[in-house]
Design a protein around this ligand. Structure first.
Ligand code: ATP
Ligand code: MG
Length: 258
């Protein structure tokens, strides 16, 4: 691992970048995975690399939806497996939910197996999605493959990092889809039942923590689910980004005059 002092202002972000780069070498992360990561980094920079206050509400609502599900599934791609395998395992235990490998680029048996074994080695237990037999309706190519005991059966699917087409197809299939996507403009974020605009490395542990707090509080869970409104959530995150950019601009102006 690279020598990076904790005092470096971008230390946390750079460590994630190195993690993605290391796992791209082994093939756990797809060839295009580092590019997707970079797109996420840019949005995370705008957020201030912290979970925005309004997103905490979305995390609570998402945890409630997962807790209320009959067959909740966490869909994991290469980037998520590389960045947050323990957090996936912990969320799977907290709900409890099934874990399914679901890669949208470079889907081969070897890669499915590699990701599943990596996740299992980090505490995810039996991981679904290796040689999956079921299909997402109206989704061509290997991206449409899903496990018959996982996403095919699920009522609620959480997709940390998802392709827009597939998020749309899952919603059309009648699944409730929670996405975690730093880009609030992406089709995934816009078509999900609820998008969590945050980095997977922060959102997944936060979801597990909130799920444990909410467990058994049926009234609160129902209220949170009734409050889900992705269009409203999206407006709040746009407002947050606008305000933060305006504040940064003012600070820059002050420094220049300074
Ligand atoms: P769509 O097809 O939904 O419009 P896209 O083409 O913009 O999405 P891809 O590049 O296919 O997106 O997938 C990567 C998405 O995941 C990006 O929107 C990026 O912001 C987001 N992303 C990348 N890394 C992270 C991360 N660590 N946490 C959360 N989101 C991330
Ligand atoms: Mg895409």
């Amino acid at each position: 691992m690279h020598d990076l002092p904790d005092t470096h202002p971008r230390a946390a972000s750079l460590r994630l970048r190195y993690t993605i780069a290391e796992h791209a070498k082994t093939g756990l992360v797809a060839e295009t995975g580092p590019v997707s990561h970079g797109r996420g980094e840019a949005f995370d920079y705008i957020l201030g690399e912290a979970t925005p206050a309004p997103v905490m509400d979305d995390i609570r609502a998402a945890a409630a939806l997962l807790l209320s599900a009959k067959w909740p599934v966490i869909s994991v791609n290469g980037n998520t497996a590389a960045l947050a395998p323990e957090a996936v395992a912990d969320l799977a235990k907290a709900i409890p939910a099934k874990v399914e490998v679901n890669v949208f680029y470079g889907r081969t048996h070897e890669r499915e197996k590699m990701i599943a074994e990596f996740l299992a080695s980090r505490g995810c237990g039996d991981v679904l999605g290796v040689d999956p037999q079921a299909r997402v309706p109206n989704l061509a190519s290997s991206r449409g493959s899903v496990d018959k005991d996982g996403i095919a059966k699920a009522d609620v699917v959480i997709v940390p990092l998802e392709d827009g087409d597939r998020a749309e197809a899952l919603v059309a299939w009648g699944k409730k889809v929670i996405s975690i996507d730093l880009n609030p403009i992406s089709r995934t974020a816009q078509t999900a039942t609820l998008n969590i605009c945050d980095n997977v490395v922060r959102a997944l542990p936060a979801l597990a923590k909130v799920a444990r707090e909410l467990k058994g509080k049926q009234d609160e869970i129902e209220k949170l689910i009734a409050s889900i409104d992705n269009a409203k959530a999206s407006k709040r995150i746009f407002a947050f980004m606008r305000e933060r950019l305006a504040r940064l601009e003012e600070e820059m102006d002050r420094r220049k005059k300074g």
